[in-house]
Design a protein around this ligand. Structure first.
Ligand SMILES: [Zn+2]
Ligand SMILES: [Zn+2]
Length: 444
């Protein structure tokens, strides 16, 4: 017979005996209210944690206080916590008998931007970044992920007799600069600690709270950074014949390079190149020596990526050659891989989530943004990354019907409704983890 924490039983009209024992398929219909009761009774604490983290965000690799808060929460639950993994990351392990290791990941970092939500718990904090003072805000919603992560850990400990194995809860730094997952792996995440059998992560976004979106296969884009310096020969703006004009070369390149996307890449395959920065020159009557460009390259498939890299390089060299300029310096930096959602992990979790959420669970096309959760997948861990909504369903419906648009992630106005969002995050993640334990326990 199974036992669950008495604190959970007090708030739901459910007898422990009614729950399915471990090693039989989990009874989602009965587990869901137990999990919801766990979140409900924990919510004041989760809310306080969420608002504290929201009001005091920290950017990539500066998440010292954030990590300490999560470490304290997890130690209080009985997890064995190791800090400073991958600079500012943490790993929290809880062993509960023999069985698989399931990893749940949250990010820790915020963004170097000003929050303009006007919420009572809005961030007014500032930090130094790249030598400059900047405001800091949790405008990507990673604070929601952290609260959901702690809530999930609590819910799973309350259901300890429903699973056997090891929980590996990780707090990953520096997602926004796609460097934290790599830093944790380089610091022995899967050698100093168990390599998980399955991993889960979630992200919030401007959909309706209570809804969940997922997909099998590719979930987010491959991201690469592009930097080009065009070299010319500076001189007087009134005497261009004595110069080689790198501003014109850069302008030609910015336009021409899009033909790589429209004429060389298979039009049925996803690929995007955006030039987000151009720096060159100081005054209107001086032709500068150099112009610097920075951009981002996104794709889903390696072959599309390779084609774009080659085309971009050719377009840059051709733009310089057309003006008789020296070859440009081209630096394409590998960012992060695409998140590949494992079809088997997804199928099992989706079955549990469908029972729990019905038509509020939807499949979604892959997103063109990137996410360094892909590094854990790339290290050989079958995984699922899913999305949850944050806004009132009525506001989402109104926006869809031409009403006021809702601020998305990275907007200074991004303002999730905390309670229903965190509750959905905890319930969905707890069921996903239970489904994975169960599947592995049954030898699949
Ligand atoms: Zn972000
Ligand atoms: Zn994010």
């Amino acid at each position: 017979m199974t036992r669950i924490a008495t604190s959970l039983l007090t708030s739901v009209a459910l007898s422990a005996a009614a729950l399915a024992p471990a090693h039989a398929e989990i009874d989602v219909a009965k587990l869901k209210p137990v999990i919801e009761a766990s979140v409900e009774s924990d919510y004041p604490k989760l809310d306080a944690l969420y608002k504290d983290i929201h009001a005091h965000p920290e950017i990539a690799f500066q998440e010292v206080k954030t990590a300490a808060k999560l470490a304290a929460e997890m130690r209080a639950l009985g997890f064995e916590v190791t800090e400073k993994v991958g600079k500012t990351g943490l790993v929290a392990i809880y062993k509960n008998g023999d069985g698989p290791t399931i990893m749940v990941r949250t990010e820790l970092d915020a963004l170097p931007m000003e929050e303009k939500t006007g919420l009572p718990y809005a961030s007014h904090d500032k930090t130094t970044w790249n030598g400059r003072e900047t405001p800091v805000a949790h405008s990507c919603g990673h604070d929601i992920h952290m609260a959901s992560w702690v809530g999930t850990a609590k819910a799973l400990l309350g259901l300890k007799d429903q699973w056997h194995g090891t929980l590996m809860f990780i707090g990953q730094p520096a997602e926004e600069i796609v460097a934290g997952a790599k830093a944790m792996l380089a610091d022995g995440l899967f050698t100093r600690f168990p390599k998980p059998d399955v991993a889960f992560g979630l992200h919030d976004g401007p959909g309706a709270y209570g809804t969940i979106a997922y997909r099998a296969g590719v979930g987010s884009s491959i991201s690469d950074g592009l930097e080009i310096t065009f070299h010319g020969r500076g001189g007087h703006g009134a005497a261009p014949q004595a110069t080689i004009d790198p501003v014109m070369i850069a302008a030609r390149f910015v336009v021409d390079v899009q033909s790589v996307i429209s004429r060389e890449k298979d039009p049925t395959e996803f690929g995007v190149l955006s030039i987000g920065a151009i720096h060159g020159g100081t005054a209107g009557n001086i032709i500068p020596d150099t112009v610097f460009l920075a951009g981002t390259i996104r794709s889903f498939k390696q072959e599309v990526r390779a084609k774009m890299w080659a085309g971009i390089e050719r377009a840059a060299k051709a733009a310089a050659a057309a003006s008789g300029a020296p070859p440009p310096d081209i630096n394409i930096e590998e960012g992060t891989k695409a998140v590949m959602n494992d079809p088997d992990v997804v199928a099992v979790a989706a079955k549990a989530l469908t029972t729990a959420f019905g038509d509020k669970l939807r499949t979604t096309p892959p997103v063109t943004a990137s996410e360094d959760f892909s590094e854990f997948v790339g290290a050989g861990v079958p995984a699922m990354f899913f999305n949850i909504g944050v806004y009132e369903p009525e506001r989402v419906a109104a926006a869809r019907d031409g009403g006021p648009p809702l601020p998305g992630n990275h907007s200074p106005l991004f303002a999730p409704v905390p309670k229903p969002t965190i509750e959905t995050g905890v319930t969905a993640m707890t069921l996903a983890v239970l489904s994975a334990f169960d599947e592995r326990a049954r030898g699949k």
